[in-house]
Design a protein around this ligand. Structure first.
Ligand SMILES: [Fe+2]
Length: 254
């Protein structure tokens, strides 16, 4: 279901929540968040004093990558979600969490979807990866095991990915960008968490949890590496499916 942003319905609390979250994350941006995101945030003209207008975001996206953000009520079923992605459209909510939910929310709100995701939709190599992932997901959409694996790649990159910049791990995943707690946690000194180099096979085998900070994060060498991973992704999915249909014969016994 595609909705419209009802800007006149935002309350003083909504503006205050946006400003508090924006100011907190903005303070972290120079130290921990990747350069592409920092530059993209300038491009989309976000400010603490103003809840972004989806129409304006879409004008900017149209002029940069041709993507559009579409307003949805909440989390979408996988098929609808990946269909939008393959059509170069990104689903975003436009409601804001309550003032007593600043640090934890079960479902993504506008701060996550819009602050976290939409700036990078101005970057061609990032959107190329998203669109490719959407197209591959649609090919496998009737197989929940394959969709689960594709979702892991989305999760450990678009939501919780890190990227190497000048030798240092920097944040680009929207789940971290939009969370003050996880932005501090993921790059803290000492274990845990476990920072690993981006590795497609490890990611495809790594289940994740949504209700805790991640136990591991993967550092990509650049968006080109993500885009390049789509080719082996397709062959890995074919191998998984072959093994599923042709399980090894049981051996041993008496
Ligand atoms: Fe997200």
């Amino acid at each position: 279901m595609i909705l419209k942003q009802e800007y006149d319905r935002y309350t003083a609390d909504d503006f205050s929540v946006w400003k508090t979250l924006f100011d907190r994350q903005h303070a972290l941006i120079g130290q921990k968040i990747c350069r592409e995101y920092r530059e993209a945030l300038e491009l989309v003209e976000f400010k603490g004093t103003e809840i972004p207008r989806m129409d304006r975001i879409n004008e900017i996206l149209k002029a940069t990558t041709g993507w559009q953000a579409v307003v949805v009520p909440g989390i979408l079923p996988d098929k609808e979600f990946f269909e939008l992605m393959a059509q170069r459209r990104f689903p975003a909510t436009t409601w804001l969490r309550r003032p007593d939910q600043l640090d934890y929310l079960e479902e993504p709100d506008m701060f996550h979807d819009v602050f976290g995701h939409t700036p990078l939709l101005t970057q061609q190599h990032y959107t190329g990866f998203l669109e490719g992932l959407g197209r591959i997901a649609l090919r496998w959409i009737d197989d929940p095991d394959m969709v689960e694996r594709i979702t892991r790649l989305y999760w450990y990159t678009i939501e919780f990915g890190l990227i190497r910049e000048e030798g240092e791990a920097r944040i680009f995943g929207a789940g971290i960008v939009s969370s003050v707690g996880e932005s501090r946690y993921c790059l803290q000194a000492g274990p845990p968490p476990h920072l690993r180099d981006f590795d497609l096979d490890t990611i495809l085998d790594s289940a994740f949890r949504k209700d805790i900070f991640q136990e591991q994060y993967f550092i990509a060498e650049g968006y080109d590496q993500l885009l390049a991973s789509l080719v082996p992704l397709e062959s890995r999915l074919e191998q998984f499916q072959y093994k599923k249909k042709n399980p090894p014969a049981l051996t041993g016994g008496f």
